[in-house]
Design a protein around this ligand. Structure first.
Ligand code: ATP
Ligand code: MG
Length: 387
C-alpha cells in the first residue's frame, strides 16, 4: 500500500565538500543493488532519498536494509497539502499499523502550510480518535507514532521507521585487502571495514592438499555472503597457494614459532598483492589476546614485515560479540562448518605467545623468504564472484 520509501542517510550530511561525491556513490550503490527488483524513480531532495515502489515496498526495504550508508527507511504515503487529503492518508496509515495507543508527530519545514504544527497535530489526533474506537492517545509511551512531514512537495505520512546498517557507502573510502580465512572472525572484520566505506577484496591462503577443496569452497561461500555489502558487481577473491611455504616451515627447526612465521609470510604476500592491486590497507580478524598469534608481542613481531596500514576492526571485541555480529550478517552458519585451515593443520603444541624478533629472524635466515613469497604471488589465482 505504500507507493514510496523514504530513505535517510545521516553521517553523509556531515561530509562538507565531499557530500555530493558520497551521495552519488550511495545513489549508485542503491541503483545497482535494486537492479533486479521492480521499482520506480529514485529522487534526491534535501539530504534524503525517495524511492517509488511498485506494490513491493517490503521487498525493496529489505534490500535497502543491507546497504551501507543508509540510516533508516520508512514506507510512506504522499498527499497534497490539503487537510482533508492528509486526514484520509492518516487513516490509511493507522489502519495498517498494529497497537492500541498512538501519538501524532508533526514536522513542518514548509511554513506556508496554513495550520501550524500543534494545530495539525490536534486536527489529526481528533480525526483518528473519531474513526478508530480502539485507539487512545499516549504522548509518553505510544505503541506507534503517526509521523507527518509537511514539505513544499507534499505531505508525507508514515508510522514505521526501519533501522538500516548506517556507516559509509561501499567504495567511498578506498580499497582494502581482507585476509579471509574460513573462521568466524575474518568475515566480520571484512563487514566492519566495509561499514566505513572500504571496498574489499578477499585473499585466502590455501594449502592444498593439506587443506581440502571443501575448505576452499567454504571460503568462496563466505566471500559470496559478504559480497552484497561491498556494493554490487564483482567481488574479487584471491587464492594464494601456501603449500610450499607450509612445507618449508614444517622442515624448520623452530616449531614453536611456526605460526608467527606463517603469519609473517601471509602479511608479506598480502602487502605485495595489495601494492600491485592498489589497495591501501590490509584487514585481518585479529582480536587482542584471542590466541597466541594475537598477543601484543606476537602482533608486534608479525607486523614487522610490512609498513602498510593493517586494520583490525575486531581488536577490542569479545568472541561472543563477534559471534553475535556474524550471526546477524549471515556468515556464522558457514563459518562453523567443519574445515581445516592452513593454520589449524600445523598448530604447534606450544605456540609462542611472546616470540622474540631475533629468534624469528634467525629462523627465517634458514629459508628462501623472497623466493617463497615471489613464487606464491606468481601462482595466486583470482576468482571473480558475481552478485
Ligand atoms: P577463528 O578465530 O574464528 O577461528 P580466524 O579467521 O580469526 O577464525 P585466526 O587463526 O584467529 O582465525 O586468524 C587470525 C587472522 O589471520 C584471521 O582473522 C585472518 O584475517 C587471518 N588468516 C588466518 N588464516 C588465514 C587464511 N588461511 N587465509 C587468509 N587469512 C587468514
Ligand atoms: Mg580469530
Amino acid at each position: 500500500m505504500y507507493p514510496l520509501l523514504l530513505v535517510r542517510y545521516g553521517e553523509l550530511s556531515l561530509k562538507g565538500r565531499n557530500r555530493k561525491t558520497f551521495e552519488d556513490i550511495l545513489l549508485n550503490n542503491i541503483r545497482s543493488a535494486l537492479a533486479d527488483l521492480p521499482h520506480g524513480r529514485l529522487t534526491k531532495t534535501y539530504g534524503r532519498v525517495y524511492l517509488e515502489t511498485k506494490d513491493n515496498w517490503a521487498e525493496l526495504a529489505e534490500r535497502l536494509q543491507g546497504i551501507f550508508g543508509i540510516v533508516s527507511v520508512s514506507p510512506v504515503l504522499r498527499r497534497e497539502l490539503d487537510l482533508e487529503q492528509i486526514k484520509e492518508g492518516a487513516s490509511l496509515v493507522v489502519k495498517d499499523t498494529p497497537g492500541s495507543t498512538f501519538k501524532v508527530g508533526v514536522r513542518r519545514p514548509y511554513k506556508a502550510f496554513p495550520l501550524n504544527s500543534p494545530e495539525l497535530c490536534h486536527a489529526l489526533g481528533g480525526h483518528i480518535l473519531r474513526n478508530f474506537s480502539h485507539l487512545k492517545v499516549d504522548v509518553h509511551n505510544p505503541d506507534f507514532v503517526l509521523d507527518v512531514e509537511i514539505r513544499q512537495e507534499g505531505a508525507f505520512l508514515y508510522s514505521q521507521t526501519l533501522p538500516c546498517l548506517r556507516g559509509l557507502p561501499a567504495g567511498s573510502s578506498g580499497k582494502g585487502l581482507l585476509l579471509l580465512s574460513g573462521g568466524i572472525d575474518s568475515p566480520v572484520a571484512g563487514f566492519l571495514s566495509m561499514k566505513r566505506g572500504v571496498k574489499i577484496e578477499g585473499l585466502h591462503f590455501y594449502s592444498y592438499p593439506f587443506t581440502s577443496e571443501r575448505s576452499k569452497a567454504k571460503v568462496v561461500e563466505l566471500a559470496t555472503r559478504l559480497a552484497p555489502y561491498n556494493g554490487h558487481g564483482v567481488f574479487k577473491l584471491w587464492i594464494a597457494y601456501f603449500t610450499e611455504i607450509q612445507k618449508a616451515l614444517q622442515k624448520g627447526s623452530y616449531p614453536n614459532l611456526s605460526i608467527t612465521l606463517m603469519r609473517r609470510f601471509m602479511l608479506r604476500i598480502a602487502s605485495k598483492l595489495a601494492q600491485r592491486e592498489k589497495a591501501l590497507a590490509l584487514i585481518t580478524g585479529d582480536s587482542l589476546g584471542q590466541v597466541a598469534s594475537q598477543t601484543m608481542e606476537s602482533i608486534h613481531v608479525i607486523n614487522e614485515v610490512t609498513n602498510m596500514p593493517i586494520f583490525r576492526p575486531l581488536i577490542g571485541m569479545d568472541k561472543q560479540e563477534i559471534i553475535d555480529l556474524s550471526v546477524s550478517i549471515g556468515t556464522y552458519e558457514t563459518s562453523i562448518l567443519p574445515y581445516e585451515d592452513c593454520c589449524t593443520v600445523f598448530v604447534p603444541k606450544n605456540p609462542a605467545t611472546k616470540p622474540k624478533l631475533e629468534q624469528v629472524l634467525r629462523a627465517e635466515a634458514e629459508l628462501d623468504v623472497d623466493g617463497l613469497v615471489s613464487e606464491a604471488i606468481e601462482k595466486t589465482e583470482l576468482l571473480e564472484l558475481r552478485n
